[in-house]
Structures are given as structure tokens and as C-alpha cells.
Design a protein around this ligand. Sequence first.
Ligand code: SF4
Length: 488
Amino acid sequence: MTNYLRRSNYLHGLQCHRRLWYGQNHPGRATPTSRSQRRLLDQSREVRRRARCRFPEGMLIDTTDPREAAEQTQEAINSDISCIFNASFIFNDTWWVRCDILQRDSNSWKIIEVEASADVKKEHLADLAFQKYVLTEQGVTISRTKVKHINRECVYPDLCDLFTIEDVTDKVDRLMDDVPNNIETFEAILAEDVEPEVLIGEQCEKPHRCPFKDYCWRDVPECCSIFTIPRLSWDKKNKLIRKDNLSIRDLPSDFPLNPSERDYVNMIRNNQPEIDNEAIRHLLSKLEYPIHFFDFETLNPAIPRFEGLSAYQQFPFQYSCHILQSDGSLTHHEYLHTYATDPRLPLVESLLSHISDVGSVVVYNARFECGILKDLAEFFPEHSEALQSIISRLWDQLVIFRNHYRHPEFYGSNSLKDVLPVLVPSLSYEDLDIQEGNDAQAVWDEMINTANEEARNNMINSLRAYCEMDTLATVEIHNALHREIDEP
Ligand code: SF4
């Protein structure tokens, strides 16, 4: 079967010519799809399936053979069928274009693109322009182009308004002139044996992280790259990329930097951390025992699952809490919801049984935990007072690393995962099965739905180990900070 190009190839070409070429010639250079990316792909499939359910008259073109699919589509178009899912068209003998939903509109057709996002993005318009161009070239008249996407206002259990449809015909039409040139360019690139010369840049993360980024960025120095300079504009980065000045150490002395960029560069060059001991001491002095080191794991599915939750609203399914007493003793408490039922009430009850009504609650990025706690207080008014008390006692460890503690080996970041190895080298996520929050979401979703008991138990253990590590990390960072400021 011919290896046809798809709509995704067109979008990859728009993102970066090298990405398009690698996709066809060196797919093995891509970083394997992560668990969290697979979860999002599954979610997109489910969203598409539900969107189709809104068109009971629709006919699905269900073959994976492009020629057969195109023939079946033509038959459906020539019949009186009013709606086709996966309507397929072969163009230039090169492209196999499938439309999510093609709906008859008297003598013409509407293309409806289904997206799991909560709004219309630029790439959706480019995608629709490509589809419209191909279908028009095939003699199919297109009256309107629309995006059917998730409606954030939809609240469970009433999923009638899960989708909203935006008519984007005018915006799509403005892109139509570019399509034939793009197609010609992309086909020419793919006909070449040598990869197109493209410098790394903003496109590597826009509109999505490119799967070839690890490969293309392999020569970017980890410790002192220009990309670690906080908030450096892409305009400045591009100037440095063009001169192959990827290391702060190679930065020309006359390169224009603002004062905070210059400060950061000097810190890297001097290889000396900048620590404001007084400010840190002042912040730590506000902590009251027992000190609770706390962290939630949450999920925000596109399709809400539990009472009162809206589309993409976060809900917690797990927490970990280490409690440090004034005598130095440390205990650990946790809750992990292990079934597909609503985790919120049992989690709140567990949390309130462990977090006492006195003492500080240390988190890493208080804005996030505060948002979750506020939502819980709203959902469970009977627990609102106790949850508001926790909110009032939140103490954000991140503030220290945002404002008062900079280290060359944080690589310009202040995330827990970058701070921990510097302050507490003995503690590491490296041996854990789950190493970041997005993966924890994917594992939880898989765990509550699997029938395989052994896999389920393994996933439960992995989730517990990961969340416990998050709060243990903040405990050990707290201890390390104390050692540092208490040193004579
Ligand atoms: S990482 Fe960047 S330069 Fe490399 S293929 Fe992807 S978008 Fe292109």
C-alpha cells in the first residue's frame, strides 16, 4: 500500500521543514511517545467518538485502505447520505486526507473538524484550509468550515453542551491562497535526499513540542545554555542561534542584555550561587509546627466525570503529607483513590483527619494547591471552614527559589525537580517508575480502568512512591535550607 502523506504531515511541514522530512526519513530519531501523550491521544479519540454521536445519521468510512476509503466516500457523496465520518480523499496521488465530519448542506458540504481543546487554535484553521483546498480540488463544494471543540462551561452530569461549534469559514478562507504553495514546497522537500537546513528555534515547542527536539537539541549544553537565561526573548535567542553561540560562556561581551539577564549570565560565569540568607531566614521563621509538607496529584479531563466538575477542571485523586513536629519527628500520611468513582470526598475526609488545625502547610507552588482547596471547599460546604483554614496556612517553598536562591545548576529553572538534585543530591526521582506529574495522571487513569490486578497493584505502588517523593523532597529541601542559613 502506498505510503500516503496525511493532514498531520501538512501541519508538521508548517511547524518545521526538518520535522516534516525527519518524519518520513528518520522517524527513529523521534523521542518515543510518553504515557501522558498517549493519554491525551486516547482522550482525543474519545472526544471524536462522542462528537460523532451527535450526528446519528452519520456514516463512518471504516477502512484503513486509502483507495477503498476514497471509493466508499465517493459512493456516499453520490447517495443521499447527509453526514460522513472520516470522508477520505486522495490528492496528487500523494496525500490521503480524511475529514472528521463532512455534513451535507443542500448542494454543498460543511467540513467540521473535531478538537479536544477548549478553543480554536491557529493550527486548526490551517488544517481546515488544507482540507477545504483538497476537497475543492476534488470537485466537492464546501459551504462552511467549522471547529467543534470542548465547551469549558459544560458541567457534569449534563453533558448535552459538551461541545461548542465555531464557524471559522472566513478565517479559513484567508489561509486558502497559501495552501497550494505549501503543498508544493512540502512535496519538494520530501523529494530530496538531504535534510532541509533548519536552525533550532521557537518552532521546536510551537504549536506543540516537536518529537525530534531531543535529537535536534543534542548539542545544546545543559548546564549553561542561552536557553536557561530567564525570559530571554526569542528575538535575542535567534540572533545567538544564528551565530552558533549556544553557551553562555560564548556570549559576546557586547551582546545586548537587560539588567536581570546580565545578572543571570554573570552568576553562570562566576559559577557562584546567589543566596539571600536573610530573606530566607525571615521566610522560614514564619513557619509554625507541626509543619505539614503537602502535595496533590490531580487530573483535568476534557470530558468531566464527576458531579459539579466542568470540562478541563482539575480534581485531586491523591495527596501526600509529611508532618514534621518541633521535636524533629517526621510522619507520613497519604490518600490514593484506587477506583473510578469520585475521589474528592474520601480524599477530603482523609486530608482533614491528618492536617491538624494548627501549623503551617508547606507546598511547592501554592497557587495550584490553593485553587484545588478552594474548589473542594465550594463542593463540600460542610468542610469549607476546615479547608479555608488550610488555605490560610499555606506557605510556598517555591517563593524562596523564585526570589531568594539562584544556583547555576538549576539551569534557569525553579521547579522542584531541578532544585532537588542541587540541594539534596542523595534524593532522586531517577529510580522511580513515575518521574513527573503528567505521567502520574496517565498512570492513575490507567490504573482505575485496568482489570489486570498485578498491573493495577504495580501502578498503585508507583503512584504512592511518586507522590511521597514530592513531599519528602520539600522536607529535605527545608532541612537543607536550615543547614545553609544556620551555618556560621
Ligand atoms: S526540533 Fe525543532 S528544528 Fe528539529 S525538527 Fe523539530 S521543530 Fe524542527
